[in-house]
Design a protein around this ligand. Structure first.
Ligand SMILES: [Zn+2]
Length: 84
């Protein structure tokens, strides 16, 4: 097992050492997997990102790039101050 950053959201994900078990969701407790696109490029994605990928067409590098960053959820400076 190893940890690599998700190419979609940037979060560190735990993956199996190889990519031999692609799409075998049964055994290994991994947090992501390597997705090989039709053009031969590969991306490591966590399952959250994989679920966000479109399933009505072949995934492209643009789809991966469009995935929301894990850091997008940070607060927008709201520290509870009240405005008079
Ligand atoms: Zn991700």
């Amino acid at each position: 097992m190893t940890r690599e950053p998700c190419d979609g959201c940037g979060r560190s994900v735990q993956i199996a050492g190889g990519i031999a078990n692609l799409w075998s969701f049964g055994g290994d407790r991994t947090e992501g997997l390597t997705l090989e696109l039709a053009d031969g490029s590969e991306f490591l994605l966590c399952y959250d990102c994989i679920e966000r990928l479109p399933d009505d067409h072949d995934v492209t590098a643009e789809d991966v790039a469009a995935l929301p960053s894990h850091e997008d959820r940070t607060s927008s400076g709201d520290d509870g101050g009240d405005e008079a």
